[in-house]
Design a protein around this ligand. Structure first.
Ligand code: GTP
Length: 520
């Protein structure tokens, strides 16, 4: 990849959603295709290296790769789920009254083979029961006395043929349908009734068809679903404010309170109420109109921060340090991001800077295998800053384009841990005064107001210069991102909308604003 001192900007463009125009990604003439171009190529996406076998062999210098050469099972091959089979219970569907004739002719039972959906697997008790009963019925018919007499002249006036277990291998139950037909037998005139459970055949007709695997929602559907609850609550509150009331000082004040409660922040709340009063003061206004103006104002706040991630590849490696509170999705985001970058043809190296948790190191190795990115790690409890320093050297030697460093999650109020983070930043600067070039903070969308404080402190300590909001597919409260954007104006590069490798999407202001406001 031609680099030199040319500053190449790699940006991840936005896909057009519901009529939103695609933003053009600036490219340098003659430069290699941008990540956006490659990423948007579906074939390239599909060719995303996932299996460990497709991963290039990690650099020899990478420590502990051997230690993490786990069995295949560690990587993302889920064990096949046992088939969930519809349980068929014997049900007496219909009672058939049969006049029993003298026992001259046999009562027959017929077994028919009929293909069933694959989903049926276990031997059906009623089918087995009926099959088991056949020889008994036939035998009884040949010998009218004894067993037949018992079967055909039930003492209680009703008879249910009882199931008897038979060995499954002899009867491929998945392919058997059984019907027991009392006719064509001349039967004994009698008031006796035989109740036949025509269970299996009848029941099959009622059985649900094989269920198709659930269709995965698109990222935008997951975003909407994640924000649905909060946008619905917002809509309900707005509806209750404006029912039979005009837009006046009181309703505007009530609306402002509701918007603040939805984490949108004072600044944006005032912005929305100002926009409303400018055009609709003293008039009736519907919830839909309020929602539409709200979406438009939120988009104005988010538009300037919805930016593609820029990689300055005149620095080799471009260092991305990923920081944030515990469990906000740092490691997962690193894995997703590495997948995007490697799919775009970049050489990526990962560094397991969370030296506190063995599971975190292991998790990063798994992502490394999936994405074909070598992972630098050290033993548990090692100095994280030292690890970051070594990782940079190894990335330099290996000619990596990008080094992504994971860090231990920490609460922003843990001074000693925050100091450790500051040390990582300082140490990286010894190798390359401008490193880390990108300090990415992950924010959990299910967190409310606290996220504002998290950004404040991580920004001061580690120089955060970009954000990723994760878990927007959960029960998310996305409003806080609006407040953070209004206050910090930090670029928001991506949103996380699931746990899978492909569930990282470029942040699109209009989509997000509409999802929060609940506008179609
Ligand atoms: N639903 C959903 N889950 C996510 C998303 N991103 C991360 N997660 C999950 O959140 C959990 C925590 O993610 P991690 O990547 O381990 O978070 P972390 O910040 O590295 O955690 P620590 O190392 O403990 O600080 C995991 O179960 C992830 O699968 C997302 O966008 N959507």
């Amino acid at each position: 990849m031609a680099l030199g001192f040319i500053k190449k900007i790699f940006s991840f463009g936005k896909k057009e959603v519901e009529g939103v125009p695609v933003e053009e990604t600036p490219t340098v003439p003659g430069a290699s295709p941008t990540v956006e171009q490659v990423y948007e190529d579906t074939a390239a996406q599909e060719a995303l290296p996932v299996a460990a076998e497709t991963a290039p062999v990690a650099a020899e210098s990478v420590e502990s790769q051997a230690a993490y050469a786990e069995p295949e099972a560690v990587v993302d091959e889920p064990a096949p789920e046992p088939e969930i089979l519809p349980e068929i219970e014997p049900v007496i569907v219909e009672q058939v009254e049969i006049a029993i004739a003298p026992l001259e002719d046999p009562v027959t039972a017929k077994i028919e083979a009929a293909p069933l959906p694959e989903a049926v697997g276990e031997p059906d008790e009623a089918a087995i029961a009926a099959l088991e009963t056949v020889p008994e019925i036939e035998a009884a018919a040949e010998e009218p006395s004894g067993a037949a007499a018992e079967l055909l002249e039930p003492p209680m006036g009703e008879r249910v043929i009882e199931p008897v277990a038979i060995p499954a291998p002899e009867i491929p139950a998945a392919e058997i349908a059984v019907s027991i037909e009392p006719a064509p037998v001349p039967v004994k005139p009698s008031s006796s009734k035989v109740t036949v459970s025509r269970t299996v055949e009848e029941k099959q007709a009622d059985e649900p068809l094989p269920v198709e695997p659930e269709k995965r929602l698109t990222w935008f559907e997951r975003l909407r679903k994640g924000l649905f609850r909060s946008s619905q609550q917002l809509g309900d509150s707005i509806g209750s404010i404006f029912t039979k009331r005009k837009l006046d000082e009181d309703t505007l004040q009530d609306l402002e309170d509701v918007l603040i409660q939805a984490d949108l922040g004072m600044e944006t709340a005032i912005r929305i109420t100002d926009a409303l009063s400018a055009t609709r003061y003293g008039k009736d206004i519907s919830t839909e109109e309020v929602r539409t103006i709200m979406a438009s104002e939120i988009e104005k706040v988010l538009g300037p921060v919805a930016k593609p991630l820029e990689l300055d590849l005149s620095h080799k490696p471009h260092v991305i340090l990923v920081v944030g509170v515990n469990g906000t999705g740092k490691t997962t985001t690193i894995g997703k991001l590495a997948a995007k970058l490697t799919a775009g043809g970049l050489n990526v190296m990962l560094a397991a800077g969370d030296t506190f948790r063995a599971a975190a190191i292991e998790q990063l190795h798994i992502w490394g295998k999936r994405t074909g990115a070598p992972v630098v790690s050290s033993k548990l409890g090692a100095d994280a800053a030292g690890l970051a320093f070594d990782a940079w050297k190894q990335a330099k030697e290996a000619g990596s384009d990008v080094l992504i460093i994971d860090t231990a999650g920490r609460l922003q109020n843990r001074a000693e841990l925050m100091e450790e983070l500051a040390k990582i930043v300082r140490v990286l600067g010894k190798n390359d005064p401008e490193a880390p070039h990108t300090v990415l903070q992950t924010l959990d969308a299910t967190t409310g107001q606290n996220a504002l404080n998290q950004v404040e402190i991580f920004r001061n300590i580690a120089g955060v210069n970009g954000l990723v909001m994760t878990k927007l597919d959960g029960t998310a409260r996305g409003g806080i991102l609006v407040a953070i954007s209004a206050k910090h104006k930090l670029p928001v590069y991506f949103i996380g909308v699931g746990e899978q490798v492909e569930d990282l999407e470029p942040f699109a202001a209009r989509d997000f604003a509409k999802a929060i406001a609940g506008v179609a």
